[in-house]
Design a protein around this ligand. Structure first.
Ligand SMILES: [Zn+2]
Ligand SMILES: [Zn+2]
Length: 131
């Protein structure tokens, strides 16, 4: 299980909003949902999201400009996390693959490229929506 005991109140609220949501949420949607809990400023949400992302509890989906709670607390030993995003129902499947990670790592090393971060996002239609 993830240890959330060291989160601040705002971080905890943002994290729970993402865990409760079945789909990725933008920072503004999170702010809307937490207004009643006392969050007023976008900066409060962005600060909380930054920390949650650093801790690996939350991931940012670049192509959606939205955030999801980590689906697999055990995934954080991996540098590279991949997402399959359904454009019909917005469901996100998070996964990591050591072979893909090794290949990307080899490519980057081979070109002496300094990687800051890697984003793998597959957009399409999930099994449920395709059926
Ligand atoms: Zn994760
Ligand atoms: Zn779907």
């Amino acid at each position: 299980m993830i240890d959330t005991t060291d989160l601040t109140r705002n971080q905890d609220l943002v994290f729970k909003a993402l865990v409760d949501a079945a789909v990725p949420l933008s920072a503004y949607t999170i702010l809307d949902r937490l207004r009643d809990s006392g969050l007023r400023a976008p900066l409060q949400v962005y600060r909380a999201l930054n920390t949650l992302c650093e801790k690996g509890l939350v991931h940012r989906l670049e192509s959606l400009n939205a955030f999801v709670a980590c689906a697999r607390p055990d995934c954080h030993r991996h540098e590279t996390v991949a997402f399959a995003i359904c454009d019909q129902c917005n469901q996100v499947s998070e996964f990591s693959d050591t072979e893909v990670e090794a290949r990307l790592d080899a490519w980057v090393r081979g070109r002496e490229f300094r990687a800051e971060r890697t984003t793998i996002e597959i957009r399409g239609t999930c099994k449920g929506c395709a059926g």
